[in-house]
Design a protein around this ligand. Structure first.
Ligand SMILES: *Cc1c(COP(=O)(O)O)cnc(C)c1O
Length: 831
């Protein structure tokens, strides 16, 4: 009966009716008991926190489910324009706290558990981070989703359901060791498999032309090897507004007829092996931040995401509009998170022309008014290029389409600048040479109607440098969208005490309108408020000190300044400059130069890409210097240094609230935006930073008096090229000379000779792109001013309050409004 009706696609009103579930402590407690004892079948002997965690997750999921359906219905019924946010990374972290916060049931859930003698904090620890990203780029995508759901924008995230997320970092004898992150091992209550929307993705094969029924010449892609893409949906709740958006993650599966030939030929193991090949595609996240691996499997991941997501969009489009594409571009936009999903441009052309019989011109009109590209870096090693021969093997039809896009594009350039062949060579999507390459960023620019950078300086440098030719050709395509973070996770959830104090003082509108924090500014002059602010910070520092004690075995005194640098390990981020400063402080202590000393606890954390030798060696240096300092009785409480292992979203939720000083010390012109800087600011840390990325805008917002600026500007960095003489800088700076001597005499590696030679050489290298020695003096002098400011408790607290109060701009709510006004043009839809 039901099957008959399903086949006839009747709406099944009785079955699909959405029930309202209660939100009171009683309702949650009763549902919790039911899920624990019935759904999960646990009893009085259960000792693991995993089952109570899962039961609570199911209680919340039930409540999300009805809102989720209502949101889907509302989007479909209004036939609204949608954005598809394509990203190879979504660094979501934990979902439980976010679901409780956004549903508005944190207190009720906590009280419900208490009835059974269970502590919320304890069972929340059972949730594994969804670490499907490397760092800032992946976390940005996660913050975007939260803000879009809160703004009720019809935005769907498309990504990959990696079996193994970002590796777990262990520190063994001071060295990074990578442990696989099998995050799905205990199941994932937040995902919903949707096998009914499985898509088929092609690879390899060859192309052939044929004449269709109307006698028109067409291309087709044949003899392909196919892989199934199975979607898993993750709910993305808005803040107390009834909206639940979707993050759709694709998982690879072998087709049913996998290796039938091999199987029939009796090669059972061979056929199972090729099943594994298919499933390899979504096995592991590439752990490179801001650099490209160039591996074929990575291109397969990119195409897998692009193709499955576009097919899914077409499925929905044809369901709602039939196979008519006239209005497709009016109703759809694809935002490309960096060049990683750029192959979607060629794939959309292919599907429109080869599958839906559109002519080139019409397909191009649709594609180039539907795609929008966000650039995330100026570093040359991060700019994706794929060898033409790899494309030829894996995606032969797409290569033909890219050649055609390029030929037509270069024709336009030639008409605009006749005879300028150098310009044609510079701007070609294909880089010629012994091993010709496809330049993905150029394909992204040519195929998109919008190209944006992620902070004012970054967008300006893109237009002046990397993409200058393209900017001259299409000035109106280029725009800036300064990044942000969601204050729901990065203040309301992770810092409940500061949030409560703020809301008690100025009300709680800041949770959805962060500009309201501005109302805190007058309270910086209120001594009683400052005292409360300090008490909150002290408690948060104690939480961080407890984490440091547990993970590093080192005692942090909450009286000391907590000086923190957490982010991916990369030379451009200059963790090395931070270490040189710490060695300098150690040297001062050893010399007895400790008058008016400010005790400091320095924390450094971050993962290095497994193949990035220099970054890994810097981790070892931090650990060796830490060992020396923390075990030297003459140093005592004046200075501590730790390397906190396994930096991740959940760790940052404790780190940011407990930080006094935020280190944002990249070489100017290298950090596109930074978002860690914003999380710290919101939580009342003061920044020491260069004029780089969003630091510039942070300083503009909070004012120069409340920001510790140091170092060369991006302009000065460029002008230094060819004149940089670190040898002379070291010779002329007594402090730096002593630091280098300590390093060079093997003070920190007495039983491991030569260990830090590469690091020493990099500092002394006139070609050091990161100019570590150049900014040492300015950094050390500025750190002195920081220490002085910290000793004046009232002054420091004022600065801390003003930083939090000035962080309003750095909400992704603002960022998403700007994307929407400038690029997406979505109407908000409430279910
Ligand atoms: C915010 C965040 C980042 C980005 O930090 P930056 O300092 O901007 O590089 C990276 N990793 C995690 C886990 C984060 O939460």
């Amino acid at each position: 009966m039901i099957f008959e009706r399903l086949k006839n696609s009747d709406p099944l009103p009785e079955l699909t009716e959405v029930a309202e579930l209660g939100m009171s402590t009683e309702d949650l407690a009763e549902d919790f008991r039911r899920h624990f004892s019935t759904t999960l079948g646990r009893d009085r002997f259960c000792r693991s926190t995993h089952y109570p965690y899962t039961a609570l997750a199911l209680v919340l999921r039930d409540r999300l489910m009805e809102r989720w359906k209502n949101t889907r219905y509302a989007y479909q019924e209004t036939d609204t324009r949608r954005v598809h946010y394509l990203s190879l990374e979504f660094l979501m972290g934990r979902a439980l706290g976010n679901a409780m916060l956004n549903l508005g049931v944190t207190d009720e859930a906590s009280a419900a558990l208490e009835r059974y003698g269970i502590e919320l904090e304890e069972i929340a620890e059972a949730e594994h981070d969804a670490g499907l990203g490397n760092g800032g780029l992946g976390r940005l995508a996660a913050c975007f989703l939260d803000s879009c759901a809160t703004l009720q924008l019809p935005v769907i995230g498309y990504g990959i359901r990696y079996e193994y997320g970002m590796f777990r970092q262990e520190i063994l004898n001071g060295y990074q060791a990578e442990e696989p992150d099998h995050w799905l091992r205990n199941g994932n209550p937040w995902e919903l498999e949707r096998p009914e929307f499985t898509q088929r993705v092609h690879f390899g094969g060859r192309t052939e032309s044929y004449r269709d029924a109307h006698g028109i010449n067409r291309m087709r892609w044949v003899d392909t090897q196919d892989v199934l893409a199975v979607p898993y949906d993750v709910p993305v709740p808005g803040y107390r507004n009834g909206t639940v958006n979707t993050l759709r993650l694709w998982s690879a599966a072998a087709t049913d007829e996998f290796s039938l030939d091999e199987f029939n030929a009796g090669d059972y193991t061979g056929s199972v092996a090729s099943k594994n090949d298919a499933e390899q595609i979504t096995m592991v996240l590439y752990p490179n931040d801001a650099s490209e691996s160039g591996k074929e499997l990575r291109l397969k991941q990119q195409y897998f995401l692009a193709s499955a997501s576009l097919r899914d969009t077409f499925r929905r489009w044809i369901r709602d509009h039939g196979a008519e594409f006239e209005q497709f571009a009016e109703k759809n936009c694809f935002q490309l998170n960096d060049t990683h999903p750029t192959i979607a441009i060629a794939e959309l052309m292919r599907q429109l022309m080869d599958n839906h019989c559109l002519a080139w011109e019409e397909a191009w009109r649709i594609t180039s008014s539907t795609m929008a590209y966000t650039n995330h870096t100026l570093l040359p090693e991060a700019l994706e290029k794929w060898p033409v021969r790899v494309f030829q093997q894996l995606l032969p039809r797409h290569l033909e389409i890219i050649y055609e896009i390029n030929a037509r594009f270069l024709g336009q350039v030639a008409r605009r600048w006749p005879g300028d062949t150098q310009r044609l060579t510079r701007m070609s999507i294909i880089e010629e040479g012994d091993d010709p390459q496809v330049r993905m960023a150029y394909l992204a620019i040519v195929g998109s109607y919008s190209v944006n950078g992620v902070a004012a300086l970054h967008s300006q440098l893109l237009q002046e440098g990397l993409f200058h030719d393209f900017y001259e050709f299409w000035p109106d395509k280029f725009n800036n969208k300064t990044n942000g973070v969601t204050q729901r996770r990065w203040l309301a959830w992770c810092n409940p005490d500061q949030s409560q104090l703020i809301s008690d003082t100025i009300g709680d509108e800041w949770v959805t309108r962060l500009e309201h924090l501005e109302k805190l500014k007058p309270y910086a002059e209120d001594a009683a408020f400052r005292k409360q602010w300090r008490e909150v910070k002290q408690a948060n520092k104690q939480r961080l000190a407890d984490l440091v004690k547990k993970d590093c075995g080192v005692d942090f005194s909450t009286d000391a300044m907590f000086d923190v640098q957490v982010k991916r390990m990369h030379e451009y981020k200059r963790q090395l400059l931070n270490v040189l400063h710490v060695i300098h402080l150690y040297d001062r202590i050893k010399r007895g130069d400790t008058d008016n000393w400010t005790p400091r606890c320095v924390l450094i954390g971050g993962k290095a890409a497994p193949g990035y030798a220099m970054a890994k060696r810097i981790i070892k240096l931090v650990n060796n210097v830490a060992f020396m300092i923390n075990n030297d009785p003459t140093v005592g409480d004046l200075l501590k240094l730790v390397f906190l292992p396994n930096y991740r979203v959940t760790a940052m939720e404790i780190i940011a609230p407990g930080t006094d000083l935020s280190e944002q010390i990249s070489t100017a012109g290298k950090e596109a935006s930074g978002t860690g800087n914003m999380k710290f600011m919101m939580n009342g840390a003061i920044t020491i930073g260069t004029l780089d990325g969003a630091n510039i805008e942070i300083r503009e917002e909070v004012g120069d008096d409340h920001f510790f600026l140091f170092g060369m500007s991006a302009q000065e960095v460029v002008e230094t090229r060819g004149y940089y003489d670190p040898g002379a800088i070291i010779r002329d700076d007594a402090d730096l000379l002593r630091v280098m001597k300590l390093l060079e005499c093997g003070h920190f590696n007495q039983f491991e000779p030569g260990l830090f030679d590469d690091i020493i050489q990099s500092i002394r290298n006139p070609l050091d792109p990161w100019l570590v020695a150049a900014d040492f003096r300015s950094f050390v002098d500025t750190q002195r001013r920081v220490a002085e400011a910290y000793r004046d408790e009232e002054r420091w607290t004022r600065m801390s309050i003003l930083n939090a109060a000035s962080s309003g701009k750095f909400s992704t709510d603002r960022t998403m409004r700007e994307y929407n006004e400038g690029i997406w043009k979505l109407a908000s839809v409430s279910p």
